[in-house]
Every structure is written in structure tokens, then in C-alpha cells.
Ligand binder design. Structure first.
Ligand code: NCD
Length: 447
């Protein structure tokens, strides 16, 4: 693939224009789903699934077969070489060489798809990496919502349920913010949207975040912890510091998720407080035309009575997963007629490689799990002074306390003026004095 290899590891890997263009191709594919087997003959898609899946894996495999390609699949973790201790990097080198032309990965470690993409010669698609992201589910979600509503900008979308561990929520929230939609977060108490996700919404897309009075959504949940995220509108900001029922006249969609119990690690949660909806709960005027979405599988959070309601679109999301994934696969293989694959847009942010200093603070990050033996932690530098770093793999941000000079071995507080005078290539960031001392860096020279 040479220079133009494109991966789809994060929703950030596609621009808004590209996403809208994919919707156009998906519409064409959807019109006659069986008419496209001349697009990718002779190509092979590999699905590597280290976590359970029904829809995602089967819709990818169906998409590739409908494009005329072939499929190889490793979906039973018990019989994969990972149980013998094989690393993702080695798997990537093998499968992403002669075995397959494109790889779809689902894995429990956050940032795992980035690792595979870095080591494979072929495009890699993230089908869910721990609680981090699930960008192709977001393509299904956005595409379905766009078909229903005709646009994405200016929509009011409620995200409900387990907002902490639902990777579908995180990718969807980033995409909604990018397209200028507003988001009301209604969490399962104890499973609020993580700070680093909200910070990224604020920092990267200039979103405003308010506490929300969700009285208007009382039928959905009794949660008092709702958050309202809106596109930044300087002239209107003073209109509300708390949203009230009057602020939002109607909601365009409610996106429900199941409790991600497999990631709760013994948390003591009150299952009865989990938001649940059905036609009974959605009778108020502001919800009259609200689309009810869910990535599936559903457990108890949407009643079966909802299935007959015209507002329910979750099975449509699942069905549209095939044409939108056909569009994505054909795009990444450079096979979409009339569309030349361009190189990925550079992020524009400098990267810090942390050989002896700060590590990612997320215990689920691939750099601290599967990849700890061979990966050097990497961070985007969001701000120099005071230092603010974002893990390239899992997206979690951290503020290192100290900065050292590689030659003088002197240390400074990361917000001190002296820190700003160290050339970027001479900086080493440390989480605290003990780590700095262990790496042979001396007393703080600044205070
Ligand atoms: C989701 C996932 O795996 O994150 N499922 C899917 O891909 N449609 C949602 C979930 O498991 O709750």
C-alpha cells in the first residue's frame, strides 16, 4: 500500500467530508446489495476477534464477501497463539503480510488497534478496543441518524446508560461534537462519561459543557448527574449555565447502551438505577419524534414493546452496518470508483516518546498490558507549559509533575518558566520525584 496506507483506528482517522462521502457510497450499495462483487475480487479480509461479537464480525465478513473478496477469521481466543504469549506486534507482521490485505481487530486492551496498525503493512480497522473506541459502530450510528434526520449538525442527542465503559458512546460523542450536534449525557449512576472524554470534546472541538437538569427526561432516568455538551456559540453561551427543560424543545435521538458488566471489575452498582426505556417512558412532547438507538446487544434497557414503535431504529442501525462497512473496506483498499485514496491528514501535534519517564496512567492501556514488553509510551504534546500529554494509544491525558533536561539532568516543575526554556528534544517528563530520581535526575533547579 506504500505511503497511502490508511487505517481506521479512531473516528478521528476520517474527516467529516470523507464520512459524508462514505454515506453516499453506502446508499448506492444499499440499493442493490448484491451488485458489487466486482469491486474487491482477489482481496482477503482477516477478522481477529479477542472479545465476543455477533454483528460487528459478521457484518464485516458479509461486507467483504458482497464486495467479491474472501475472508479469514480467528475468533476463538482459546485457539489463538495469543494464549501461547504471541504479541499483537508479531500477529500484525504475520497476518498483515501475505495472509490478508486488510485486518479487522477487536481486542480488550485500549489502544490495541493502534499497535496492530503500526506493525501491519495493510490497513487495520478497529472493531472495538476495550472501553476506548468503536469507530465503525459510529459510522453505522451516524449513517442511520443522517438517513433519518437528513443532517447531523444541530441535532440534540441523548447518550444514556453506561457512559464510562461503552466504547460506542465515546466514538459517537466525538463524532457528534465534530458535526456540531449537542449531547445530553444521562449516565447510569457511577458510570458517568470519563473526564478525559469530556476534556477532549472541549479541547479538540471547542464544546461547551454544562450540568444538565434532566427533569424533562424524568421518564428515562432519575439520574441527577447529567451533563450537557453543546457546540461553542459565544453569543448564546450566557443563555444557560444549566440546561433546563425549556432549553431543549425536542430531542432528535436517544442512544441507549447496555451495562458493560464485563468491564465493571467488582464495582458495587445499583442495577435498579439503570436507565430503562419503552413507549411508556417516551410519551412526553419533547420525545414525540425521537429516534431510539442502540448498538446492540440489548439486555433490559429497552423494552421489547419498543420494537413495534416507529421511533425504534436499532435494527436499522445493525442492517446498515453492512453497506457502510462495504464502503469503508472498499475505501481503505482504494477500490471506490471515483475516489483516489489520499494519505491521512497529519495531526499537527508533536509527539513525545517516553523512554525513561512518564507512563500512561490508564491501567487498561495497551502500553501497560500486552505491549509493555515492546512499546515505548507515546504522547501527543497538547501543551508545553504547563505540560499536558495525551496518550497516542488510549487517549487518556495526564499532567506530568516534573520536566528534566537530558544533558544537565536538572529537574523543574512542569509549570515553571525554566521548563519552557528546555528545547523540546531535550525534555524528559516525569510523573513525580521518585520516578525522576530512579532515572538519575537531580533536585528541582527552579524553586
Ligand atoms: C457494542 C460493543 O461491542 O461495544 N456492540 C457492537 O459492536 N454492536 C456494544 C455492546 O457490546 O454493548
Amino acid at each position: 500500500m506504500g505511503q497511502s496506507k490508511r487505517d481506521f483506528v479512531s473516528i478521528d482517522d476520517l474527516g467529516n467530508e470523507e464520512i459524508l462521502a462514505l454515506f453516499g457510497y453506502a446508499d448506492e450499495f444499499n440499493e442493490d446489495i448484491k451488485a458489487w462483487s466486482d469491486l474487491c475480487p482477489g482481496t482477503i479480509l482477516a477478522t481477529l476477534f479477542f472479545e465476543p461479537s455477533t454483528r460487528t464480525r459478521l457484518s464485516f465478513e458479509s461486507a467483504m464477501l458482497r464486495l467479491g473478496g474472501g475472508v479469514i477469521s480467528a475468533a476463538d481466543t482459546k485457539v489463538m497463539s495469543a494464549v501461547k504469549g504471541e504479541s499483537l506486534a508479531d500477529t500484525a507482521r504475520v497476518v498483515g503480510g501475505r495472509y490478508a490485505d486488510i485486518i479487522v481487530l477487536r481486542h480488550q486492551d485500549e489502544g490495541s488497534a493502534r499497535v496492530l496498525a503500526n506493525y501491519a503493512d495493510v490497513p487495520v480497522i478497529n472493531a472495538g478496543d476495550g472501553a476506548h473506541e468503536h469507530p465503525t459502530q459510529t459510522l453505522c450510528d451516524l449513517y442511520t441518524l443522517w438517513r433519518e434526520k437528513g443532517e447531523l449538525t444541530g441535532l440534540e442527542v441523548v447518550l444514556a446508560g453506561d457512559l464510562k465503559y461503552s466504547r460506542t458512546i465515546h466514538s459517537f460523542a466525538y463524532a457528534l461534537a465534530r458535526f456540531g450536534a449537542s449531547i445530553v449525557c444521562v449516565p447510569f449512576p457511577g458510570m458517568e462519561i470519563p473526564d478525559h472524554v469530556v476534556e477532549r470534546l472541549q479541547r479538540d472541538w471547542n464544546a461547551d459543557v454544562d450540568r444538565a437538569d434532566v427533569g424533562d427526561l424524568a421518564g428515562i432516568t432519575a439520574s441527577k448527574d447529567a451533563v450537557y455538551i453543546t457546540p461553542h456559540k459565544p453569543h448564546q453561551q450566557s443563555l444557560f449555565t444549566r440546561i433546563s427543560p425549556q432549553s431543549v424543545k425536542k430531542f432528535d435521538a436517544i442512544y441507549m447502551t447496555r451495562s458493560q458488566k464485563e468491564r465493571h471489575e467488582g464495582a458495587n452498582l445499583d442495577d435498579l438505577a439503570y436507565p430503562r426505556i419503552g413507549p411508556e417512558e417516551l410519551r412526553q412532547a419533547s420525545l414525540k419524534d425521537t429516534r431510539v438507538m442502540h448498538p446492540l446487544p440489548r439486555v433490559d434497557e429497552i423494552s421489547y414493546a419498543m420494537d413495534q414503535d416507529p421511533r425504534a431504529i436499532y435494527f436499522r442501525q445493525a442492517a446498515l452496518g453492512v453497506p457502510i462497512r462495504m464502503a469503508l473496506v472498499a475505501f481503505l483498499l482504494g477500490r471506490l470508483k471515483g475516489w483516489k485514496l489520499a494519505s491521512p491528514a497529519p495531526s499537527g501535534r508533536p509527539i513525545y516518546r517516553s523512554r525513561s519517564g512518564v507512563a500512561c496512567r490508564n491501567a487498561h492501556c495497551v502500553t501497560r498490558r500486552e505491549g509493555r514488553k515492546y512499546l515505548v509510551p507515546e504522547f501527543w504534546i497538547l501543551s508545553d507549559v504547563p505540560a499536558l500529554l495525551r496518550c497516542v494509544y488510549c487517549g487518556v491525558e495526564r499532567r506530568p509533575e516534573l520536566v528534566g533536561h537530558t544533558q544537565s539532568r536538572k529537574l523543574h516543575r512542569s509549570n515553571a518558566p525554566e521548563a519552557a526554556r528546555i528545547l523540546p528534544q531535550r525534555r524528559v517528563y516525569f510523573e513525580g520525584p521518585a520516578q525522576a530520581a530512579a532515572a538519575g535526575f537531580g533536585e528541582d533547579g527552579s524553586d
